[in-house]
Write a protein that binds this ligand. Structure first.
Ligand code: DGI
Ligand code: FE
Ligand code: FE
Ligand code: FE
Length: 188
């Protein structure tokens, strides 16, 4: 397997300095959460370093890969926000040779979450939201919750993101709604 230094170089080459700084913030946060909640810090590091690997690829490249690699063609109606995680995991596997299914799944789910999430997937989802470079109303509350209960942090982030998307009149990807129903909505 590739060492961390080489992986960092390969990731850095794919993105702006600003985004790379975000990635390093997600890594630092994900390792801390892994240590706190009993996940592998090595896997947290790899998943964090690669979670936005494909974010600066063109729409045309995503569309080509969705058709070529057998993704659900309903994805073609969406955009980079949704593609860079779900389809981005495929770029990480093919171009970086990362085959760990738990890491690939955490990358795939990092934007939308899911009803079923591994500990590592929750860590990457939350670390992406609270890394030190993030600055938005509510981020400090999210950071405090993440120190206490990871599932509560998943719920807080999901509600915050969905509320923001709805306020902006954005379309909601079905998996985002599944995440809301599982982690936020009260049982009937
Ligand atoms: O890649 P990052 O900026 O670090 O963060 P991210 O991958 O969590 O989110 C990328 C964008 O995706 C962010 O602007 C919020 C947006 N997003 C998340 N869920 C949905 C969504 N956009 C739409 N339209 N629908 C969703 O369900
Ligand atoms: Fe992302
Ligand atoms: Fe996120
Ligand atoms: Fe990110």
């Amino acid at each position: 397997a590739m060492d961390r230094e080489l992986l960092m170089q390969k990731v850095q080459m794919q993105m702006s300095e600003r985004r790379f700084k975000h990635v390093l913030g997600v890594e630092e946060t994900a390792i801390a959460l892994a240590e706190k909640y009993g996940a592998s810090p090595e896997k947290a590091s790899i998943a964090a370093l690669t979670h936005d690997y494909a974010k600066e690829r063109s729409d045309e490249e995503f569309q080509l890969v969705i058709r070529r690699d057998g993704f659900d063609l309903a994805l073609l109606k969406w955009n980079n926000a949704i593609w860079h995680g779900i389809v981005g995991a495929d770029f990480v596997q093919r171009e970086l040779g990362i085959d760990d299914e738990e890491i690939l799944n955490a990358i795939a789910l990092h934007t939308t979450g899911a009803a079923e999430m591994s500990l590592l997937a929750k860590i990457i989802y939350v670390a992406d939201f609270i890394e030190p470079g993030r600055d938005f109303p509510g981020v400090n509350e999210a950071r405090e919750i993440a120190l206490v209960n990871l599932d509560d942090a998943v719920a807080y982030e999901t509600k915050h993101t969905l509320t923001y998307l709805i306020e902006q009149g954005k379309p909601i990807y079905p998996k985002t709604i599944e995440t809301y129903n599982k982690w936020v909505a009260k049982h009937i």
